[in-house]
Design a protein around this ligand. Structure first.
Ligand SMILES: Nc1ncnc2c1ncn2[C@@H]1O[C@H](COP(=O)(O)OP(=O)(O)OP(=O)(O)O)[C@@H](O)[C@H]1O
Ligand code: SF4
Ligand SMILES: [Mg+2]
Length: 394
């Protein structure tokens, strides 16, 4: 177990404020070999020691590149996949190994909304029967009372009344996502994990669904874990944001603070790539390009997992510590933590801006020489991963 696994998350909240808490949560998927006798030859360390709190009524945003473990983390906390190690506490109770009735009871309180509602809605069921099913199954209501509840759910999420008798394929993507939200709400949950819930939608529809989720949160005091690769969407809805890299949380802070003053070199690269609507500001801005392939979660780099792509390490003359010593997630200012030995270098505004400017000028494809960097529209060079406008899904 690395030092990072036992690191407590930065927090000033009391136990009563916290609805969900993970302690050193690990989810490893075995890699096996052999057709007749299967041998375990390794493991994909999808989630590798994540300690996080989600406070009652808040939205915790979770961002990071494809494959960094966001979905696996969400699936583990709502107990769709088993934890390899660590603990999950919901409302103060350890739910890590719950089974049977205990798990069913807790499932009612935790729901998930998926990226593709079409895949999670039964195409042969009308929206009405799909919503009535969990209401009856969890004995929330029956008979006329259940029908009333279904009508109420349909209205709550802004679907037309006649949606009750229609099938998922009759709806647009945004409407289907509304149906997915209604289904999650049917069992009156307290916690919802929204996994890329708006990522497949057009920008204008995204905003409508995000607003709907915010309204519902206020009305029912819901707590959200909101996963998205679009940093601007996460910013809009999140109170706090956790940034993941290769199975670990590398930064955790208030949403605004993360955008104003990211303290991990990885987050700085992500934030630098979020497009700014003002074309003048956008054209002057330096982008940070992350070089190097994303390492395999089956064989993460030694020391700091980000060291193979870290621009700050290069600017600091490649200190050995980055490759030999695992950094902990440290609180650097109240409520703001980063997993970097040298995050203090980025605390002071002048020093940070200087470092970022120099590193970005080495990496921005608009400035750099063609031998070392390739412009985003030309595709990444062999030894580079380019972070263009959409930083997490290039
Ligand atoms: N059931 C599984 N068996 C084996 N490996 C898995 C399984 N589920 C996920 N993984 C691996 O675990 C790692 C994390 O995957 P995960 O889906 O959690 O990432 P993600 O951050 O949600 O990515 P994306 O942004 O693409 O959705 C990946 O390397 C993935 O291939
Ligand atoms: S510990 Fe080193 S490699 Fe890791 S983020 Fe900090 S400077 Fe970069
Ligand atoms: Mg995912």
């Amino acid at each position: 177990m690395s030092a990072a696994v036992s690191t407590p998350p930065p927090s000033t909240s009391t136990a009563a404020d916290v609805l969900l808490r993970t302690e050193g949560l690990q989810v490893h998927f075995p890699i096996t070999q052999g057709l007749i006798i299967e041998r375990r030859v390794g493991a994909v360390r999808a989630v590798d020691g994540v300690s996080l709190e989600v406070r009652r009524g808040e939205t915790l945003g979770l961002v990071g590149e494809s494959g960094c473990g966001k979905s696996t983390f969400a699936r583990a906390v709502i107990r769709l996949v088993d934890a390899t190690a660590g603990r999950i506490l919901f409302d103060g109770s350890d739910i890590t190994s719950l089974h049977g009735d205990g798990l069913r009871r807790i499932r009612r309180r935790m729901q998930m909304i998926f990226q593709d509602p079409y895949a999670s809605l039964n195409p042969r069921m009308t929206i009405g029967s799909m919503l009535a099913e969990p209401v009856r199954l969890h004995r929330i209501a029956s008979g006329a009372e259940a029908e009333k509840r279904v009508k109420h759910l349909v209205e709550l999420v802004g679907l037309p009344r006649n949606a009750i008798n229609r099938y998922p394929h009759e709806f647009s993507g945004g409407q289907r996502q509304r149906a997915g939200i209604a289904r999650a709400l049917a069992v009156q949950p307290e916690f919802i994990a929204a996994d890329e819930a708006v990522s497949a939608l057009d920008v204008s529809i995204q905003a409508q669904i995000v607003n709907l989720l915010s309204d519902l949160q206020r009305e029912f005091n819901l707590t959200y874990l909101f996963i998205a690769h679009d940093l601007s969407v996460v910013r809009h809805i999140s109170d706090r944001i956790a940034v993941m890299y290769l199975g670990e949380v590398v930064e955790l802070s208030l949403s605004k603070e993360l955008y104003d003053r990211p303290l991990h070199p990885y987050s700085i690269a992500l934030v630098s790539a979020v497009p700014i609507p003002d074309p003048k500001v956008e054209s002057r801005r330096k982008r940070m390009i992350l070089r190097g392939d994303v390492p395999s979660p089956a064989n993460p780099p030694s020391g700091c997992r980000f060291h193979t792509r870290c621009w700050l390490r290069r600017e600091l003359g490649d200190p050995e510590r980055c490759t030999t010593e695992t950094p902990e997630l440290r609180e650097l200012v109240p409520g703001h933590a980063a997993r970097c030995h040298y995050a203090e270098e980025l605390l002071g505004r002048d020093r940070r801006e200087k470092l970022v400017e120099v590193a970005a000028s080495h990496s921005d494809p608009r400035d750099a020489d063609e031998e070392t960097v390739t412009a985003p529209d030309a595709g990444p060079a062999e030894d580079q991963t380019v972070v263009p406008g959409d930083p997490l899904h290039p």
